[in-house]
Ligand binder design. Structure first.
Ligand code: APR
Length: 320
């Protein structure tokens, strides 16, 4: 059986990390695509030369022409510009929207059957635009944010409780911005919800609130430290878990920016919700109950995403 083909559209910091992880996990052959000449070829060669040492078999090819992504099973999109200190994800909208138009056309032409995972920010608006530009089925275009935001939440919680990250599960929904919604009621340590852990004296409400706030600003914290770009290890790992769920038909339940057609009372928009990812792409959108406070937070986050989509339509009226 032929190996899976995974196309990485954008071969910058996240793209290179994706290629390395995909090789190490033997998820398939990799095509690194970028407009920068030499960069995808150089990264491909470098990672291919790590394969004999690590002991993995994968073909890594760099390309500057979309024809190289032909018939890819999965496309992971990071093309665009990342944040610099002082910038919000929303500041990237104008530049990255134009990039999504080119990427959408390339995928439509050469890989219309692919499962597409978008990482480019501002995420919820970019994945929404990418689905429209590419015309691919909505089940096959999804945004990576919730897995990352939940992983950040899990890391901070495990650190606070001094337990393994493996035993902490967390759920962060809504848009991938400062209004995202880390849900304490749906986050647990070995099945024990966080509010119960407060009652048990493991932590205090104040500490939990601080962790929620740090999760919301988790990306910005890293931008501030790096000074030259944004996070790439955890974003790449998160997208790889989504690609793996699709390629191995794992039916994983993951928070992702998914297309909504009435769920949560929302239509024609992408926002972070729990979904099942398997061989059918986004096979199911899970609708959970919110209490009043959670509903209010979710609505605020949704309003921020809607504002970004309106800004996209102002630039590209064909998206409306
Ligand atoms: N087509 C293809 N690639 C492009 C295009 C384009 N039109 N425009 C830019 N690129 C490439 C750049 O040449 C660069 O190699 O996209 C790559 C982006 O890589 P980085 O600048 O290193 O950014 P990275 O950290 O990988 O983040 C990419 O993901 O998390 C988001 O906010 C982040 O939007 C950013 C994206």
């Amino acid at each position: 059986m032929a190996r899976n083909k995974i196309a990485l559209i954008g071969s910058g910091m996240i793209g290179g990390t994706l290629a390395h992880l995909i090789g190490l996990k033997e998820l398939g052959d990799v095509v690194l695509f970028d407009i920068a000449e030499g960069v995808p070829q150089g990264k491909g060669l470098d990672i291919a030369q790590s394969a004999p040492v690590e002991g993995f078999d994968a073909r890594l090819q760099g390309a500057n022409d979309y024809s190289a992504i032909k018939d890819a099973d999965v496309c992971i999109v990071t093309a665009g510009v990342p944040r610099k200190p002082g910038m919000s994800r929303d500041d990237l909208l104008g530049i990255n929207l134009k990039v999504m138009e080119q990427v959408g056309a390339g995928i439509k032409k050469y890989a219309p059957k692919a499962f597409v995972i978008c990482i480019t920010n501002p995420l919820d608006a970019m994945v929404w635009a990418l689905q429209k530009f590419s015309g691919l089925p909505k089940t096959h275009v999804v945004g990576m944010a919730g897995v990352l935001d939940s992983a950040r939440f899990r890391h901070f919680l495990a650190d606070e409780f001094k337990v393994s990250v493996e035993d902490v599960s967390a759920m962060t929904l809504g848009g991938h911005g400062d209004d995202m919604v880390p849900l304490t009621r749906y986050s647990t340590v070995a099945g024990i919800p966080l509010p119960d852990l407060v009652k048990m004296g493991w932590t205090t409400k104040e500490k939990l609130d601080a962790i929620v706030e740090r999760t919301r600003k988790g990306g910005g914290e890293i931008v501030g430290l790096l000074k030259s770009g944004s996070a790439y290890y955890a974003p790449a790992a998160s997208a790889v878990s989504m690609a793996e769920a699709y390629l191995r038909d794992k039916k994983r339940v993951l928070p992702c920016a998914a297309h909504l057609s009435g769920q949560y009372g929302l239509k024609d928009m992408y926002v972070g919700v729990p979904v099942v990812i398997g061989a059918g792409g986004v096979e199911r959108v899970i609708e959970i109950d919110f209490n009043k406070a959670e509903q209010k937070m979710f609505e605020k986050s949704v309003a921020a995403v809607q504002g970004l989509c309106e800004a996209c339509v102002a630039i590209a009226p064909n998206l409306g």
